[in-house]
Design a protein around this ligand. Structure first.
Ligand SMILES: [Ca+2]
Ligand SMILES: [Ca+2]
Ligand SMILES: [Ca+2]
Length: 261
């Protein structure tokens, strides 16, 4: 009997211990479940924020990529444009060379200007100021530095004159005899009002003077951005009567001034 009682007591004790353990496990599971539930909101929020950040980074990277592509396209476009212009220049220079040195392109088919050989003349100062040369009733200054047509005309004005006005063939032949044949020289001829309307800087009627345009000139060469609206004497390889060319006024050339003696 005593043994049976003892076994029963042990069973009761075991039952109690088991109940306590079950209670503890359930309680811990409850707490775990509770804690999981309470932290689910911030974790979800955190995940949403991370996804937003990722999207933003992707958007920024995409924008940067598009910007870089645009810049690349612009650079390629500019380079291509420059290259195209250079190729055009090279082509035109080659055509010029194949057409005979300084002779410009002519599509008009007009009769070529006949060369009039001339001798070199020794310039005489006469009654003109130092550095100037005398011929008939005028004094002339042959510049040694190049500048734009406007600047050249301005310089001549400072000396009380203007860019040379070639009134007749005698004056042209004199100038042709004293200039350095290798260079182009600005003269007082300009297209001011509209294309084809040439005028002399001193007001001399252009229609009252003979013209001496070189072969194919004036051509208002299209490949010049500013057109060609200023007159000059063309350079040549031999001493001859100088012919005229229309050139880009913004280019730098030597020039000839004229004043009354
Ligand atoms: Ca003159
Ligand atoms: Ca022109
Ligand atoms: Ca020309």
């Amino acid at each position: 009997m005593h043994l049976i009682d003892k076994r029963m007591q042990e069973d009761v004790a075991l039952y109690k211990v088991t109940n306590i353990l079950v209670d503890e496990v359930m309680e811990s599971q409850y707490h775990e479940f509770g804690s999981t539930d309470s932290s689910s909101v911030p974790r979800e929020h955190k995940t949403t924020v991370q996804t937003g950040m990722k999207k933003m980074v992707i958007c920024v990277l995409y924008g940067v990529l598009v910007l870089l592509l645009l810049i690349l396209l612009m650079v390629i476009g500019i380079k291509f444009s420059q290259l195209s212009k250079e190729i055009t220049d090279v082509k035109l220079n080659l055509e010029r060379i194949s057409n005979g040195g300084t002779t410009s392109l002519s599509s008009s088919g007009a009769t070529p200007v006949q060369e009039v050989p001339l001798s070199r003349l020794v310039p005489v100062r006469g009654a003109c100021r130092d550095g100037w040369v005398s011929f008939q009733t005028s004094c002339y200054l042959l510049s040694t530095t190049g500048m734009t047509w406007s600047k050249a005309e301005e310089q001549c004005g400072k000396h009380g004159g203007h860019l040379v006005v070639l009134n007749d063939v005698v004056e042209l032949d004199y100038i042709s005899g004293v200039v350095n044949i290798k260079y182009n020289y600005w003269i007082g001829l300009v297209e001011r009002e509209h294309e084809g309307h040439w005028s002399w800087v001193d007001g001399t009627d252009f229609n009252s003077t003979p013209t001496f345009w070189d072969n194919g000139q004036p051509d208002n060469w299209d490949y010049r951005e500013n057109g060609e609206d200023c007159g000059q004497l063309h350079a040549s390889e031999r001493r001859k009567r100088k012919m005229w060319n229309d050139a880009d006024c913004n280019l730098h050339y030597l020039y000839i001034c004229e004043t009354r003696a």
